[in-house]
Design a protein around this ligand. Structure first.
Ligand code: FAD
Length: 511
């Protein structure tokens, strides 16, 4: 490989993306001789201040950082998340859970859901939720970690993630990063300096005139995309036609309502509302299409649907669905909002930061900045966005709602190619296909396709190998096993107390 090892990495931005990058990269590469990490951020500009629900992959990031889970949960005021409950998405009054983990058990070498579909033919119309420990435990307010010691136990299949306070998460990671030697520089970047010949970024000039120089720059400057978008002029691929929501209003409120380890997404006339219950408060937000609802109405709708007293002023955000055409250009790599954004319907943004960090480590450059590695990085990053986009569009496209202009628009959408194929396959034969190693598994695709009322055109012929009585018996047995496992689980509150993750009453009141 040509070029010299990189010695100076500058991270611009100290939101979730910046501090995840600082903590992750310094943990893995911190011991490299002569390599230093500097993070520049401006308290005056601040962060987006949202981003509180995650997916199970975050466990790998935490493990990489060697975080103590109870400490992490306490420090970030986290709760556990077993999935997302979608309310009113198919039609008003309907709900389903997109759970982490799997449904039932595969039998005779084929996926469980084919037997579930066969059960429908036999008159057993039990919903998928009943076959998922995560869905049933989530609805019952129960939680315990998966029992990996016993692979035959249904509890070994439980998947989980966290819901946490975004500000506390960034501060927690900052402390780890600084312990690992990351230097923090406070200041507003007013100019990005480039080499006249190569166009490579050489430094960032701060308001006080200081220039912070480096060799590799990680753009974590948020929606501004200061280095990648504004300085290097990398364009934006806009997917608004498929995902028309372009605004959000967010507000925390006091605890109230159900205490369940689930994120809730409730469909609204021009978008949807999130509810993320933490230990000390609930995070709420309304994501909507400004072409279909004005800001005042969106805010009123949010405030009218809180489970407790508001704890802050509403935080208004604007965005467009899409991503930068190249996440890596010259010596700048964008992570987080600087690289793109897809609405938080499936809580994927923090995961995209994590995936970007892992990918950057895989293709870690030298000062030669090899074209092959950069191209590959960009291709894989774009694919991540495409995969998630398709999954999000499914939620809108497959609704039966026609009670507003917004929902009529969504239902009439031409699905992107990858989604169209998945829909056709499910509608043709009940098969759920997963491309390459895409983020969302067959369980996820199945839960949302079935939850959103897509009608499967059949099931795997091998599901007929069990006779009618045996099929019915096994389906009932699996539901019983799930129900019995859930009945033995502690409530989430009990588990938090037992595991040392709970904050005390004083801390709750201070929050
Ligand atoms: P920011 O938080 O905006 O941070 C940008 C940083 O750059 C700040 O430190 C700022 O000070 C600094 N900066 C900018 N300009 C300058 C300058 N000139 N000089 C110096 N510093 C500068 N993700 C999830 O995974 N789950 C969710 O549930 C979720 N919900 C979301 C809801 C909404 C409405 C939105 C908009 C996002 C949500 N996200 C969610 C995404 C998540 O919030 C972001 O991916 C994550 O916070 C990363 O943001 P960031 O660090 O890229 O940007």
């Amino acid at each position: 490989m040509s070029g010299e090892p990189i010695r100076k990495v500058i991270i611009v931005g100290g939101g979730t993306a910046g501090w995840m990058a600082a903590a992750g990269l310094s943990k893995v590469l911190g011991g490299f001789p002569g390599l230093s990490f500097t993070l520049v951020e401006s308290e005056a500009i601040g962060t987006v201040g949202v981003g509180e629900a995650t997916i199970p992959q975050i466990q790998a990031f935490n493990a990489m950082l060697e975080l103590d889970e109870a400490e992490f949960v306490r420090e970030t005021r986290a709760t556990y998340k077993l999935g997302i409950e979608f309310v009113d998405w198919l039609r008003k009054g309907h709900s389903y859970v997109h759970p982490f983990g799997t449904y039932g058990v595969d039998m005779l070498g084929i996926e469980f859901h084919h037997f579930w579909l066969r059960g429908h033919d036999l008159g057993d119309d039990t919903k998928l939720d009943a076959y998922s420990i995560a869905a049933m435990a989530g609805k019952a307010g129960k939680y315990m970690p998966p029992d990996r010691s016993n692979p035959n136990s249904p509890l070994s299949k439980l998947g989980y993630a966290f819901q946490f306070d975004a500000g506390r998460y960034a501060r927690y990671l900052r402390a780890r990063a600084e312990q690992q030697g990351v230097e923090r520089v406070e200041g507003r970047v007013v100019e990005v300096c480039q080499d006249g010949a190569s166009g490579l970024v050489t430094g960032v000039r701060l308001e006080n005139g200081e220039v912070v120089e480096g060799e590799l720059f990680i753009d974590c400057s948020g929606f501004r995309s200061l280095l990648l978008g504004q300085t290097l002029g990398v364009g934006f691929t806009d997917w608004s036609k498929w995902l028309p929501c372009d605004r959000a209003v967010a507000i925390p409120c006091e605890l109230g309502g159900e205490k369940v380890p689930l994120t809730r997404s409730t469909a609204r006339p021009a978008g949807w509302q999130w509810r993320i219950p933490l230990q000390h408060r609930i995070g709420n937000g309304h994501v909507y299409s400004s072409a279909h609802m004005d800001d005042t109405m969106a805010e009123e709708l949010l405030l009218a649907n809180l489970d407790g007293k508001p704890l802050a002023e509403p935080n208004r955000l604007r965005f467009a669905a899409g991503h930068r055409q190249r996440a890596w250009e010259k010596n700048v790599v964008a992570l987080g909002l600087a690289g793109g954004f897809l609405e938080p319907l499936e809580s994927t943004a923090i995961h995209l930061v994590q995936a970007g960090i892992a990918r950057l480590l895989t293709f870690w450059p030298t000062t030669a900045f090899g074209r092959k590695e950069i191209d590959r990085f960009n291709r894989e990053s774009e694919q991540d966005y495409i995969d998630i986009r398709d999954f999000l569009v499914l939620h809108y496209k497959a609704s039966e709602r026609d009670d507003s202009e917004f929902w009529r628009y969504c239902r009439a959408l031409d699905p992107p190619e990858g989604l169209a194929e998945k829909l056709e396959m499910f509608e043709s034969s009940g098969r759920v296909i997963r491309d390459h190693n895409e983020l969302f598994t067959e369980t996820s695709w199945l839960s949302v396709m079935a939850g959103q009322g897509i009608k499967p055109g059949g099931y795997h012929p091998a599901a007929l190998l069990l006779d009618d009585a045996e099929t019915r018996r096994r389906l009932i047995h699996i539901r019983d096993v799930v129900a019995s496992a859930v009945s033995q689980m502690p409530t989430q509150d009990d588990f938090l107390s037992r595991s040392g993750g709970a904050i005390d009453r004083q801390e709750r009141l201070r929050a």
